[in-house]
Write a protein that binds this ligand. Structure first.
Ligand SMILES: [Zn+2]
Length: 270
């Protein structure tokens, strides 16, 4: 028991030191609940009737309550895993060749994580709102490479929001064109990671996911053109994250805690 306590204190102190280094912030259960309840980005306020039906919820107020009640705290194990994974994600993002992002700017975006329980909020899908990456308790159990890939994808979404003009200029340069305002498209599926427009890709195909009916059975009850992505923001986030998974197929997932701790220390204090 004493051994356990010493270990626990050691890890706790260690993590506190790391958090002071200011590159990573883990929102507490209360901070996450407050953020969702305030709905400052108006994401929940913007959900359509079909979005609510797809979530099997009658009204926005009920969904808001349901959502902020699903906020939880990160465990120490979650934090350790995320500190390591975000460092690996930054290492990759600092060198990945891309016409759409600045390696320097994306690497310097601060990580802010929130976690919610299981599939109670947004089906447990990883997503971003404001400058925060929302994860679910279930994603914490995936293998490390998959978690790193997810963080890369989500950090590209943070970049798209923070450097929107820069990113949208790159989209235009590469041949994407605005098609319409999303709010003018009937049955369009909500996604907090996107901007306010629908787009045509460089081949002229309109990119959009919309529900098959007014009464969708879930958020996956959708139709789309050919094999098109939902939006250029998703297409580019997937493309960049896929480059990581293609590179790392053979990597060993067994990493011992001492090597992680050394890495963390260097990450923080270099
Ligand atoms: Zn995404």
């Amino acid at each position: 028991m004493r051994m356990f306590e010493r270990c626990y204190n050691y890890i706790n102190n260690f993590l506190s030191n790391i958090l002071n280094c200011n590159k990573i912030k883990f929102l507490s259960k209360q901070e996450t609940a407050n953020f969702i309840a305030e709905d400052k980005d108006k994401y929940i306020a913007s959900l359509s009737k079909s979005d609510l039906i797809a979530r099997r919820i009658n009204n926005k107020r009920t969904y808001l309550i349901h959502s902020y009640n699903s906020a939880i705290d990160f465990t120490i194990e979650d934090k350790q895993k995320l500190i390591y994974a975000s460092k690996e994600a930054d290492k990759f993002l600092s060198i990945v060749p891309s016409k759409y992002i600045s390696n320097y700017l994306i690497t310097n975006i601060k990580w802010r994580f929130a976690v919610t329980y299981s599939k109670n909020y947004e089906y447990g899908l990883s997503h971003t709102r404001s400058n925060i990456i929302f994860l679910s308790s279930s994603i914490m159990n995936v293998e490390l490479n998959k978690l790193i890939e997810t963080l890369i994808h989500e950090k590209v979404h943070l970049y798209q929001r923070l450097y929107k003009t820069l990113f949208n200029i790159a989209l235009f340069r590469e041949g994407y064109r605005v098609a319409n305002l999303r709010k003018e498209e009937p049955l369009i599926r909500a996604n907090p990671d996107l901007d306010e427009y629908t787009y045509r890709n460089p081949s002229g195909v309109k990119m959009m996911y919309r529900y098959k009916t007014y009464y969708p059975s879930s958020i996956f009850d959708i139709e789309y053109n050919n094999n098109e992505q939902e939006h250029p923001y998703e297409e580019i986030a997937y493309n960049i994250a896929n480059q990581y998974s293609n590179k790392n197929n053979d990597n060993d997932d067994n990493i011992d805690i001492d090597s992680i701790n050394n890495d963390l220390y260097n990450y923080c204090y270099n």
